[in-house]
Structure formats: C-alpha cells, structure tokens
Design a protein around this ligand. Structure first.
Ligand SMILES: CCCCCCCCCCCCCCCC(=O)SCCNC(=O)CCNC(=O)[C@H](O)C(C)(C)COP(=O)(O)OP(=O)(O)OC[C@H]1O[C@@H](n2cnc3c(N)ncnc32)[C@H](O)[C@@H]1OP(=O)(O)O
Length: 225
C-alpha cells in the first residue's frame, strides 16, 4: 500500500521551463489523439485478415520505436517553478492519456467548473449509451477539481451518482459547483447533460487526508494538486 511518502515521490518539480512544457505538449498530445482514433477503429474497422495483420505490424513497429526511450510507472503530478502543474497520465484529463476523453476543464471566477467533451464509441455501456462508470469517472474528476479550485483539494471520500436518463455517446457538457466546506471536507455537486438535458447528477465529498492536514499545520502550505 502506498503511504504519504510514496505519494510525495509522485509529486515532482522537474524544473522544466514553460517553453519546454509547451514543446512536450505539442509533441505528445497528437500521439494520444492518434491512439484515441485507434481505439475507435479497433471497434469499427471492417478490415479483413490481411488488413488487420498489416495494421498490427505497423503498430508493432510503433511500439518498438516508443519503447526505445521510456519511463516506467505512473506519470504522477509534475510541476515547475512557475507553478505549471501537469497530470498528463490522469484517466479523465491526462494530456498524454488516450483513455481520457479528455476533459478540458474551464475554471470560472465564480467557482463554477465545466467542460464540453465528447464520448466516442469506446465509452459504450448499454447499446448506444455511455457506460455508467465512465460518467462517474467524469463526475469524480469534475467535482474533485471543483473542490480544488475552491482551495480545498482532497481525495474522493464519497461520490453519489444518480442516473436520470441514459447518457448518449457524442457531445456532452459537464458542470459543477462547490456546495460547502466543512473542516477537512469539501462538498461539490454537478451534472452531465446531453441534447435532451441532464442525464447524470452527482454529489461528492472530497477530503484532505490526515497527512495533508498535518502538513498544512506544520508548513502553512495548502497542499498538493
Ligand atoms: C494524493 C493526495 C492528493 C489529494 C489531492 C488531490 C487534489 C486534486 C484533485 C483533482 C481531482 C481529482 C479527482 C479524482 C479524485 C480521486 O479519484 S481520489 C481516488 C478515490 N478516493 C480514494 O482512493 C480515497 C481513499 N480513502 C482515503 O484516502 C481516506 O479514507 C480519506 C477519504 C482521505 C479519509 O481519510 P482520513 O483523512 O484519515 O479521514 P478521517 O480523519 O478519518 O476523517 C476526516 C473526516 O472525513 C470523514 N470521512 C472519512 N472518510 C469518509 C468517506 N469515505 N466519505 C465521507 N466522509 C468521510 C470523517 O467522518 C471525518 O469527518 P469529520 O469528523 O471531520 O466531520
């Protein structure tokens, strides 16, 4: 089990300049998008044996190239001296993660957090609709980031999800607000909406873990992102 020390090892100031970060984003983001396209093609291709074998050979070559120089393990949270944070492996917002829809969260001054996003055919649960676990993933991230945006970052303690109507695949919007903060706990609520209105509602409790609260007491620093 990871303890708080292990967690801190995944919070790294890697000293990159903002220019270097922008160059990395420009390099790796298109790769994640290509892989997202491949996820959809894996489901939708009608290729025969020859086409699929040929495509797999290209993918195998791509894997060999990408393996030449690589890291191992999770990406963690990286930041630099100017305070640019990167969670590029994150399953919901990670710029380098093709599993992420991704959510491009918008943070408003009034505390509201929202994103327009797209769920492709790879997020299917019931025929033609989004998997309920994927909706929960989106809402967990959205509400967690809403708590963080309000200055109360924390781990999800409880996420309550109410599925009002099936969520169609395709273009969707999610939005959330902070409800209140009580000590170590921040309460946020939000929705996912499709063309016919709200499909999913959620409430979440985000809790600053004990070690983070102790760190705050000792250092006065609010904690990690
Ligand atoms: C690495 C760290 C960075 C964190 C900063 C991240 C910020 C960046 C945000 C970006 C957005 C990410 C969005 C994705 C977020 C996930 O996906 S997180 C992953 C899923 N969640 C987890 O794995 C959490 C696992 N559980 C835990 O780590 C611990 O049980 C918790 C939730 C941190 C609480 O532990 P604790 O600090 O020891 O709690 P404890 O002192 O016993 O209780 C504190 C208070 O919380 C209440 N409480 C405790 N557990 C619960 C619960 N499960 N439900 C409701 N209330 C509870 C207690 O009753 C108590 O209330 P009061 O008595 O103060 O009224």
């Amino acid at each position: 089990m990871m303890d708080s020390l292990d967690t801190f090892r995944l919070y790294v100031n890697d000293g990159l300049s903002d220019e270097e970060i922008a160059a990395q984003a420009a390099r790796y983001q298109p790769l994640a998008q290509d892989l997202r396209d491949l996820i959809v093609l894996s489901i939708q291709s009608r290729g025969g044996d020859d086409d699929i074998l040929a495509a797999r050979k290209h993918l195998s070559d791509a894997k060999s190239i990408l393996e030449r120089d690589r890291e191992t393990g999770p990406y963690g949270t990286r930041f630099n001296d100017s305070g640019t944070f990167r969670t590029w492996g994150n399953a919901a917002i990670g710029l380098r993660n093709p599993i992420a829809p991704p959510l491009d969260l918008q943070f408003e001054d009034d505390g509201r957090v929202w994103a327009d996003f797209h769920l492709h055919a790879g997020y299917e649960g019931p025929a033609g609709f989004a998997h309920g676990g994927v909706s929960a993933l989106v809402l967990d991230q959205l509400l967690g980031d809403t708590a963080r945006h309000a200055g109360a970052p924390g781990m999800t303690g409880t996420l309550t999800v109410k599925y009002r109507q099936p969520t169609p695949l395709g273009d969707l919007r999610c939005e959330a607000l902070l409800d209140r903060i009580e000590g170590a706990k921040a309460f946020a609520m939000g929705t996912i909406s499709g063309p016919d209105g709200v499909c999913v509602e959620a409430e979440g409790v985000f809790i600053a873990p004990k070690w983070m609260r102790e760190q705050r007491e000792h250092t006065g620093v609010q904690g990690v992102q």
